[in-house]
Design a protein around this ligand. Structure first.
Ligand code: ADP
Length: 459
């Protein structure tokens, strides 16, 4: 349940919690280490102090070996102690021989011997050590050195309170700061989200304002803007395509409608009008069918529905096939294949044929009767060069750069009779591109044109 709340929380909250948790963990670990270090150091010092006093005491007792000195108050008051140290000297039977003033702790003196003991008793925290010495007069004499650790405990208590206060303050500050910082850092994401919400097909103009440091968020903004640029580009291209296509279809439809009206009015009686209208309607509908087919091809190509069906085949055989078909279609042109190298290529057979047909159909259209059209394939180093050339009307130099654009016709009046749609070459280019080939054109107005496709033989 709690985990779910955390899972669904805002990123800024998650970051704050994580940050505060890590900070608190490090703080607590550090403080615990410091506290333990100090305790360890203080107790060590205390032990050393008690040990030193014990050594001095035992030395005194043995060096003087005088029983009276054991009971001498100086014996216990003379030790170089800094306070909070209490000494008692016992006889075997428990009789106290000597003791520091105000020694009022109850601590066993016989056991353990020469071993430090920590006890907490009646609100006192004590560290003590016992030792014994065999003396001539009394037999075993017991020495007991006790250190009251109240001061150390007070110091530790104060230190602990300060540390807890510092920890609480630090943790609260880390939560607050973490929240403010993470919110500020994530603010651009909010802004990106809002901009994205505003963007729709009808409004592709909004862009994210990318300024500030070059960080992940500004990169996200730039990437997002680029994506919208591409979308806008694609949408406007699509809109342009649809409007061009409708425009292209409008003319033949208008022509067909015109002749249909003519037929309606006069065609029943006027035989000449009837024949003229039927001929025109047939021609226009054939044109329209051509156009629609081309449009469908390009639309499928744009949306990547069209898949290449590549296989290995002999290019020279395809060229021979296209040449003999073209001879049948255009018996009044001289169609040749002067060079046709035996070449095996890996490509989509149907599309290669379609591409060649575009070039040849154009050559037939734009070359006068008896004109020469040559289709050739030449093997080059790791590639094959396919050329379709004619000695037709050619293309004006300034138009060459546009002829591969969709719906572009050099001079509408000159292609009026030929019934071009302006999309043949854009289809040819699409096919060449899809085969990672290059397409180029050389043309001299009035002399002829040459379309060249170079296909790589390395796949
Ligand atoms: P179209 O359907 O009009 O032939 P294309 O895209 O195939 O459309 O060709 C575009 C234009 O390029 C044509 O209108 C024509 O003016 C010009 N063109 C193409 N091939 C030739 C050629 N072999 N000779 C002269 N002009 C050509």
């Amino acid at each position: 349940m709690h985990l779910n709340i955390l899972k669904n929380a805002k990123i800024s909250i998650k970051l704050t919690i994580l940050y505060a948790f890590m900070f608190s963990f490090v703080l607590l670990l550090l403080n615990t280490c410091i506290l333990y270090g100090i305790i360890h150091y203080l107790y060590n010092q205390d032990r050393k102090q008690v040990e030193d006093i014990k050594t001095v005491l035992l030395q005194k007792a043995t060096s003087e070996n005088d029983v009276t000195s054991l009971t001498d108050p100086e014996m216990v008051s003379d030790v170089p102690s800094k306070g909070n140290i209490f000494i008692r000297i016992f006889r075997e039977d428990g009789k106290i021989l000597n003791a520091s003033g105000n020694f009022n702790f109850i601590v066993a003196f016989k056991t353990p011997i020469d071993k430090f003991v920590h006890i907490k008793e009646g609100g006192n925290h004590l560290l003590y050590i016992n030792d014994k010495l065999k003396m001539n007069e009394y037999g075993n004499v017991y020495f007991q050195i006790v250190k009251d650790l109240d001061n150390e405990d007070d110091f530790m208590k104060i230190l602990l309170i300060y540390m807890i206060l510092a920890d609480v303050f630090g943790i609260l500050a880390s939560i607050l700061l973490g929240y403010i910082v993470s919110r500020k850092m994530l603010k651009p994401i909010d802004y990106i989200t809002k901009t994205a919400e505003n963007i729709s097909i009808n409004n592709l103009k909004s862009r994210i304002n990318v300024n500030g440091p070059e960080d992940e968020l500004s990169r996200l903004g730039t990437t997002f803007n680029k994506m919208i640029d591409r979308l806008q580009d694609a949408f406007s291209k699509q809109a342009q395509f649809v409007s061009d296509a409708s425009h292209e279809l409008k003319t033949p439809i208008a022509v067909i409608q015109g002749y249909a009206n003519l037929l309606d009015r006069w065609g029943k009686d006027d035989r000449a009008a009837l024949e003229k209208s039927i001929y025109a309607i047939k021609l226009e509908s054939a044109n329209m069918a051509n156009l629609v087919e081309g449009l469908l091809f390009l639309a499928k190509g744009d949306s990547a529905v069209l898949q290449l069906e590549k296989k290995e085949f002999w290019l020279n055989e395809l060229i021979n096939e296209v040449v003999s078909e073209s001879k049948l279609i255009a018996p009044n042109h001289v169609i040749t294949s002067e060079k046709n190298d035996t070449t095996k290529i890996f490509a989509d057979y149907k599309m290669m044929k379609q591409m060649l047909r575009v070039f040849i159909d154009n050559s037939i259209k734009f070359t006068p009767v008896q004109g020469k059209i040559d289709i050739r394939a030449e093997l080059q180093h790791q590639s094959v060069r396919i050329t379709v050339s004619d000695n037709g009307i050619g293309i004006p130099e300034e138009e060459i750069q546009h002829i591969f654009d969709r719906f572009y016709r050099v001079d509408k009046s000159r292609s009026k009779d030929t019934g071009g749609t302006g999309i043949g070459l854009s289809i040819a280019k699409w096919i060449a591109d899809m085969h990672r080939g290059t397409i180029s054109v050389e043309s001299d107005e009035g002399k002829g044109s040459k379309f060249i496709v170079i296909l790589s033989l390395v796949y």
